[in-house]
Design a protein around this ligand. Structure first.
Ligand SMILES: NC(=O)c1ccc[n+]([C@@H]2O[C@H](COP(=O)([O-])OP(=O)(O)OC[C@H]3O[C@@H](n4cnc5c(N)ncnc54)[C@H](OP(=O)(O)O)[C@@H]3O)[C@@H](O)[C@H]2O)c1
Length: 296
């Protein structure tokens, strides 16, 4: 039986620690504020933004949600971002992805002030991470690291295999895990759709992270006995036990892989809550840095 890496419990423990930092900021008149910017009504995005609003409310972070119509033009979205960049009451800006197809995602992410880029998707912050310099680390990779830390799972010198090389998960995670710090220092293999003989590589993993975007992609034969398995995938599919309702499924075939693994994240309740709490952590960090800058 594998140890279940409970993201809800880990996130609750992190929230407790963040509460102290938020109280300290408020005592200095610098309550953290997060702007959540959404374009269109993509149902998953609506749910994710709501989860982020709720986390802000629990922690006493001021959140402001701005919803623009799906057909919004790039100039108006850019103008909204620039207004938030200039707003001293906002320390963090999140542009919910995916954007409607006609908008150039890279360009708009690049319009966010890097000091307020709490999602860590600005090229400057992605570059800082690649170089091992301080910046903002994208929320899902940071959440995965925090979850492994919560369960005292060592990374140094171990082989982490990351499936997927997206801007928001795989690529920054590979950089984060291989960064030279006592808490990371893993040897990382980054895999993608052109990788040859994927199972041969995944079977070498001490830590296997699946961010492929395909339900039940990772099967038992792909996992080394005793590996730590982190499932980033999220797929809504009809729940056979509750007709008319959906359930969430990950990129890992949990039932088949769990008996083989030393530890594994569930879906839901694994990486998802860690992503949200890491966004909160980045917002608090942004507010602390803004205060430091203001103090000169
Ligand atoms: N829990 C959370 O908080 C959270 C946050 C973000 C995302 N997610 C979920 O995580 C999953 C991944 O998201 P994403 O945005 O990173 O996905 P994405 O942008 O679609 O990227 C998927 C990656 O997987 C690779 N891939 C696809 N098929 C493959 C195959 N057969 N073999 C090996 N690699 C393959 C792709 O390779 P190429 O680059 O070659 O195309 C790509 O790099 C999704 O299910 C998403 O919903 C969850």
């Amino acid at each position: 039986m594998a140890l279940i890496l409970d993201g809800r419990a880990a996130a609750a423990a992190i929230e407790e620690r963040l509460a102290g930092r938020i109280a300290a900021l408020k005592a200095r008149g610098a309550a953290p504020g997060l702007a959540l910017l959404r374009a269109g009504e993509d149902p998953a995005s609506v749910v994710y933004v709501r989860a982020k609003e709720r986390a802000c409310a629990r922690l006493g972070i001021l959140s402001r949600t701005i919803v623009l119509p799906a057909e919004v033009g790039a100039p108006r979205l850019r103008e909204t971002i620039e207004r938030l960049n200039a707003d001293a009451g906002v320390q963090g800006i999140l542009l919910q992805l995916p954007l409607p197809g006609h908008l150039a995602q890279e360009e708009l992410l690049g319009a966010i002030d890097p000091d307020k880029d709490v999602d860590g998707f600005h090229p400057l912050n992605l570059g800082r991470l690649a170089l091992g310099e301080p910046g903002f680390v994208a929320a899902t990779p940071l959440g995965i690291l925090r979850l492994l830390q919560h369960y005292a799972i060592p990374l140094a010198g171990r082989h982490a295999v990351v499936l997927g090389r997206s801007r928001i998960v795989g690529r920054p995670l590979a950089n984060l895990l291989s960064t030279r710090t006592d808490e990371t220092d893993a040897t990382v293999t980054l895999c993608h759709s052109r990788t040859r003989d994927l199972p041969a590589l995944t079977r070498l993993a001490d830590i296997l992270v699946a961010a492929v975007g395909r339900a039940r992609f990772v099967t038992a034969e792909m996992v080394k006995p005793g590996a730590v398995v982190v499932d980033v995938g999220m797929h809504a599919e009809p729940d056979p036990r509750r007709p008319g309702k959906d359930r969430l499924q990950g990129d890992v075939d949990f039932e088949a892989v769990e008996p083989r693994a030393a530890a594994i994240t569930p879906v839901p309740g694994g990486v998802g809550p860690m992503t949200v709490v890491s966004l909160m952590e980045n917002t608090v960090l942004a507010a602390e840095r803004a205060l430091e800058r203001a103090a000169g």
